[in-house]
Structures are given as C-alpha cells and as structure tokens.
Design a protein around this ligand. Sequence first.
Ligand SMILES: [Zn+2]
Length: 294
Amino acid sequence: MGKFAIKDENGMEQYFDGLAKDKQELILKAKILVYECEGIESEIKQWFRTINIAGIPLNNQELLNAVFSGPFVTLGKEEFSNSLNSNIQKWDAYIAAKVNRQEFWECALEWVSKDKANIDGYMSLHRYDKNIKEVKTYFNSVIDWVSTVFTDVKKEMRGLEWGRLYEQYNKKPYNPAKVSQAVKKYYSDSSVNNHKGIFEYILGGEKDTKLLEIRIFDDVIKHSTYEKQTASAKKSGKSNCPNCAIGHDANTKKIWKEEEMDADHVAAWSKGGSTSKANCQMLCRTHNQAKGNR
Ligand SMILES: [Zn+2]
C-alpha cells in the first residue's frame, strides 16, 4: 500500500493515504476478477501471450521472465536490469539495450546460450538455480575481451554481435596497439563506407573487404573514364575493355556500351589502391567479375 500514485479526477497524482475516505473505500471494495491458471510450461506461455495485448505489451524477454519467474530471474534482473548498477555505462558502449526493458539481461542470456532462439531453453533449464554465475561470467568475458582488444571506444561498436565475434575470435591473439592503429587507419580511409564492419574486418585478419563496403566510383569518374578508354580504343581499333583487347577471342575489337561495363580499381583497394579517377578503369562485366576482389 502506498507504493504507487494514482491520478484523481483533476489529474493530480495522489497516494492511497492522501485520498478521501470514500475514495479509499471505493478502491478497497472494488471487485477484481482474478484468473488462476494452472498448466504445463507451454500452456502458461500461451496464456501470457494471450493476455499480453492491453497497455504496453511485454517484449519477448519480459514474457520469458514472467513464464520462468523464480530465483534465477530475480537474480538476473538484479544484476542486468538494475539502473543503479554502475557497470551499465560500460556495457552501454557495446550493447544497444534499454535497461528497463530487460534488454541487457536478454543480451547476457543470448551470449551464454549462443543464440537468441536458445534463451527459452536456457531459462527453462536454469529456472530454479540459486545463482547466475554462468551467465555473469560469460557476459563479463565477452565485455572484457572486447574492451581489451579494442582500446578505443567508437560509437559504431554499439550493438555489434559481440557474442558471436567472441566465440569466433577470442582464441586468436591480438596486439591492442596494432589493432588501435588499424582502427584509426580504416576510420580515416574515405573508401570505407561501413565503419561498423571495421571491427570484424580486423578480427578476421583484414581479409574480408565486403565487411567494409568499399566505396565504388561515382558516375562522373565512371563516365569520363569510359569516354577516354573508348576514344583511344577506336583509334587503335581494339576493344574498349583493356582485358578484352589483349585477349584472343571474338571480343578483341568489341566496343562495349557504357552500361555494359563496370568500374574497377586498377590497384585493388586492399593493396593500397584508392577510389580515385587515377585508379579507375572500365572493364566489361565478364572481366570485372573475373577480377573479383576490390
Ligand atoms: Zn572484357
């Protein structure tokens, strides 16, 4: 009693004790319909999903907390859903979550159970545990690992799949000073479109350039390169695709249309080539695809 304020008819917030006697009576004598439901776990889950339609609906983790209520959930919420926990500021740099909607708790469970789809089963298995040691230890290992490997905190780190990346790369040794240099290098490279991909790119040994979404040449560069190549190709009687021109098939003299060609980095970006006019050539589709890497 006295825990929640309610709004009176004038919109004023009042606690129970401050209400007029007749209003208090009204509340105390109000009849409330209570359903008592019994059933197996899956039936209980179904119940929660059925009644979860009024007000602000519970999200998936809130539903699971309700279904698996017990000491394990209580301890989990104390640690991960407690806005007074001073660690939240640190976690917030890596995890995009709202503490009051059970999202850090959900993340911790997802990491320890390796997949969001496994949370359900994990909670069911640990429902009556009197501690959350395994969840907490695993969660902290991931956070410690990320913050050790990447010493600079970037806003693009927030919400990446750190649980998966930890599983994939935590056994590999990294030199934090070198990693930091690499992060700086890719952040300042204007060809790198996807800054979120930089971290996994570095973890994977700087090989998978797809993660970085390397910038492609803009239309102005493409068009002027096409014009230049085509003019000199016509003069020399060879194909305007330099790779076709040196080939031995029917295409050695073929003049491709602009829309039949793609821009290519002469020196691959991964080998230091820039996304500038000087490093652009137009190739026919076949030859550009054959070249593959950027
Ligand atoms: Zn070609």
